[in-house]
Structure formats: C-alpha cells, structure tokens
Design a protein around this ligand. Structure first.
Ligand code: ASP
Length: 347
C-alpha cells in the first residue's frame, strides 16, 4: 500500500543506467543525472514524492571504494528521518559488494534501501532500466497495514526479482537477469503485482534506533585456490604486511590441498593473528569442513567456516569487523554468525 505522502530519496551513484554513448569512442560514459530524468518522465507520474541526490561525478561501479560506501551511508544517515525509503542507482559490476557492505554498515535498518541499475542505459529503446527503477521506487515506498515498510532491508531489485543484497552475486555480464541469490529465497517478485515473500524478510526492532557504521579496515584479501597453485603465490598473499583477514575460496564443501607447505603457511598465518574464512567456490551450497579429511585439516588449523556466505559478503564483513577494532578472536567468532542474514549456519 503506497501512501501519497510517501517520500523516497533516489541516490544516483553512477552506472550504465545513467550513461550515454561517447560518439567518438563508442564507449559508454557517465553522464549527468538530468539525462536520466529527461529520459524517464515516468518518475513524475508516480503518486508519491521522489527527491534526488546525485554523486558528483557519478562513477562506474568498477571504481567503487570504501570511501564511496562511507559517503553513501552518510547520505542515508543525513536523510534518514525525512524519507520512507531509499533507492540507490548503481552500476551492476560491483553492486553485490556494495549491497553486502551497506547491509552491514546499516544496523537495525527500519527503512527499505533498494539498489538497482541496468544493463542498458535508460536512453536505449530496449532498456531494462525503466522497469527496474520504477519498481524499486514502489518497493521503497510500500507499507504494510500497520504502517511499517514491507521490506525494511538492504536489497537488490533487478529484472523482476527482489533479493537480500548480501546474498547476491552478479552472474551474467550480458543478460538483463544479471543477479542471483543462490543460497537464500528471493524477498519478492514483480509481475502484475509485487508478491513479497514476507516470511523471508528481516524484522527490525522498531523500538531501537538504526545505527550507521562507518569504520572499515581494508587489510583483507581473497585467495582463490586452483589445482597447481604455487607456494609462492599462497605465501605472497598470506605475508602481505599488516594483513588481517583472508577469504579462502576453497573447493566444494570447503576442501583444500593438504600439501605440508600449504598447511604450514596457513597455520603460521593464523598464529600471527590472521583470520582465515572458508568460503566455497561453488555458486550455491555451504561449507561443511567436517565432511572430508582435506576440510577437517583446515578446521583443525583454526580456519573458520563462512558456511554459505558469498565471497562478496565475506570480504566486506572482514573489513567491517576489523574496522570496528575487534581482535582476531572476536572476528573469528563473528564471521560464522549471521549479522544481517548474510549466511545460514548449517550442521
Ligand atoms: N560498468 C558498469 C558499472 O558497473 C556496468 C553497469 O552499470 O551495469 O558501473
């Protein structure tokens, strides 16, 4: 139910949705927001208020950084009490990382924050951007019969699907259905109407304030295993000066080689206080280190399970937990615990 007094803030960070073609090079480049507005008179026809906030200059999301995430949280904090919901226009390339980061930076969120973008600019005839944007705005304004937002969560809405943001992965570089939520059901689906999966949506404590978190520590890396990975390559990752956390992308249910040099390097890193989180390379399913000897070896070394968390969510969660000044023991304890529904603990 959308009240005509509803107000949504549309935050434009950049991305294809608002790009134009450079006639000389043929490349798509960020353009100013008036381009988006003039190409989308539909926005003016919505029966609620949409105000806009523009990042200047808009960025291709490949240029996303910790400071842009912090700026985005600041914009949301500054406008939180004046709006019913927020829609963030963002390039699709790093949208899953941004969704994961913002979900963890916004604690006890009581308003919808919906990220969307498009594979084709809104100026193109076959654009996917218009439907994505209009529906995202409606979801951000939608309330239940008690007057609470239907989706007080950080989500991605793309190509008819509303997904918990920290569960998403960009799975296709070309198709309009660019995102998937392989390990958690969608929170909604838009057809003739928007059908919400209310049983899957997080319920905040409306008596408690939302907390805006800014601290992040970038000293974390992703180490993806592959058959034949060399000792030098693993060492180069684990011995990065000042390193605090590693997302170890393993095989299947969390298995890795058991070469003595590999276990030694991992063990020494853990001894130095580096937190190593086990995340599967598989698109879906969960880490279960107890299943095979190769996984048990990691468990015995002190590698912590990320269960079914995405790499995108795991890396930003490490940055945020270390940013809060937590000790390695605290980070190791919290990585396998769902803070915003980003993972499911499985036996
Ligand atoms: N390179 C663009 C970006 O992520 C692609 C897109 O907008 O989808 O910003």
């Amino acid at each position: 139910m959308i009240n005509s007094n509803a107000k949504v803030l549309l935050i434009y960070t950049g991305g294809t949705i608002g790009m134009v073609e450079n006639v000389e090079t043929g490349a798509w480049e960020p353009f100013n927001f008036s381009h988006l507005r003039s190409n989308m008179p539909e926005i003016k026809r919505l029966n609620f208020t949409v105000d806009t906030y523009l990042f200047d200059p808009p960025i291709d999301s490949s240029d996303m950084s910790l400071s842009v995430w912090q700026q985005t949280v600041q914009v949301i904090e500054d406008h939180y009490d004046s709006y019913d919901g927020f829609v963030i226009l963002h390039g699709t390339d790093t949208m899953a990382y941004t969704a994961s980061a913002l979900s963890l930076m916004l604690e006890n969120l009581t308003r919808p924050v919906i990220l969307t973008g498009s594979q084709l600019p809104v100026g193109k005839l076959r654009t996917d951007g218009k439907e994505n944007l209009i529906t995202a705005l409606e979801i951000a304004a939608d309330k239940d019969s008690t007057g609470h937002p239907i989706v007080p969560e950080l989500c991605i809405y793309m190509q008819n699907l509303l997904m918990r943001g920290n569960r998403t992965i960009k799975v296709n570089a070309n198709n309009f259905s660019a995102f998937s939520s392989p390990n958690y059901p969608c929170l909604g689906e838009a057809g003739l109407n928007i059908r919400y999966g209310t049983q899957y949506i997080l319920k905040p404590d409306y008596a408690m304030p939302v907390k805006f978190k800014y601290a992040m520590d970038p000293r974390a890396v992703v180490l993806k295993l592959f058959p034949g990975i060399s000792e030098e390559a693993v060492r180069a990752h684990l011995e990065i000066p000042g390193l605090k956390g590693v997302v170890l992308e393993t095989y299947g249910t969390g298995n890795s080689p058991i070469h003595p040099w590999f276990t030694r390097l991992l063990g020494e890193a853990i001894e130095r206080g580096i937190v190593i989180v086990n995340v599967t390379q598989c698109l879906s399913g969960s880490v279960a280190m107890h299943l095979y000897e190769n996984g048990q070896r990691l468990e015995r070394l002190g590698v912590v399970s990320g269960y079914d968390i995405t790499t995108e969510a795991a890396i930003v969660k490490l940055m945020i937990l270390f940013g809060e000044g937590r000790t390695p023991a605290e980070v190791s304890r919290l990585m396998p615990v769902p803070l915003r529904g980003e993972l499911t603990v499985r036996g």
